[in-house]
Design a protein around this ligand. Structure first.
Ligand code: NAD
Ligand code: ZN
Length: 231
């Protein structure tokens, strides 16, 4: 049985909790361009617009509930005798609400950070560019999310887990955004079996040993039971 498991999750995991993915019709991303709201340059140019975008996402995420896929992954983390590391690209808190712990490589909507001193704290419901930092008082408050062109969080720790895992699963992620898209190759190089769980094939499906197709809320609980049963 696999001892060390790394699970990478993406927007598809939270889709059935009502939080949109990149390609959702009518989704939030159809109304905003990355370069207007999700880059350091956008924030420098128009911080009010960027805060308004993330305030909307924070409000939307606050009302979302974990779905059976989040719950199954929490069960895997609790019951699997070996280590289960969940690495998520999602900025919502649905892994935590389901009772799991996750490394948020793209940050968290629920956190604020200070662009001047790096201090981090729990975000208020609505953030404004002129909110002073509680540590240094600079008016440089920003959402603690990783924008395009910025370095994802926890990369050293994630690399360590990838290099020692026996099983790697990528769930609900399109494999378009690096460095997460390269994790499957790192895990495979380390000797792990790899499985992709997605509604449909992705551009990187060919890199995985196994494929499970279908909605995460159905397929992930089945996969978790099979991994736990194998133990
Ligand atoms: P994504 O939107 O690129 O891909 C979502 C994937 O989930 C797709 O492959 C889709 O087939 C799959 N999916 C959708 N519904 C599903 C379901 N019910 N069950 C199983 N799979 C399902 O999201 P991603 O891969 O997480 O994107 C990576 C990063 O890109 C994100 O963390 C975010 O930082 C960024 N992102 C950016 C934008 C944007 O800037 N426009 C939009 C979304 C994500
Ligand atoms: Zn500060």
């Amino acid at each position: 049985m696999p001892n060390r498991i790394v699970v990478l999750t993406g927007a598809g995991l939270s889709a059935e909790s009502g939080l949109g993915t990149f390609r959702d019709k009518n989704g939030i991303w159809t109304r905003h361009r990355i370069e207007d709201v999700a880059t350091p340059e956008a924030f420098a140019r128009d911080p009010d617009r960027v805060h308004a975008f993330y305030n909307e996402r924070r409000a939307q995420a606050a009302g979302a509930r974990p779905n059976p896929a989040h719950e199954a992954l929490a069960r895997l983390q609790e019951r699997h005798p070996g280590a289960v590391t969940i690495v998520t690209q999602n900025v919502d808190a649905l892994h935590e609400r389901a009772g799991a712990t996750a490394l948020h490589m793209h940050g968290e909507l629920a956190r604020s950070t200070c662009a001047a001193c790096g201090h981090r704290w729990t975000a208020p419901e609505t953030m404004h560019p002129r909110d002073p930092c509680p540590a240094c008082a600079a008016q440089a408050t920003r959402p603690d999310v990783v924008w395009f062109g910025e370095m994802p969080h926890h990369m050293d720790e994630i690399e360590r887990h990838l290099l020692s895992c026996d099983l790697f699963a990528a769930i609900g992620t399109s494999g378009n955004v690096y460095p997460a898209a390269g994790f499957v190759q790192e895990a495979a190089r380390a000797g792990a079996r790899t499985v992709e769980i997605n509604l449909e094939p992705t551009d990187v499906s060919g890199l995985f040993d196994d494929h499970l197709a279908g909605p995460a809320s159905k397929v992930v609980p089945e996969w978790v039971e099979s991994v736990l049963d194998a133990g």
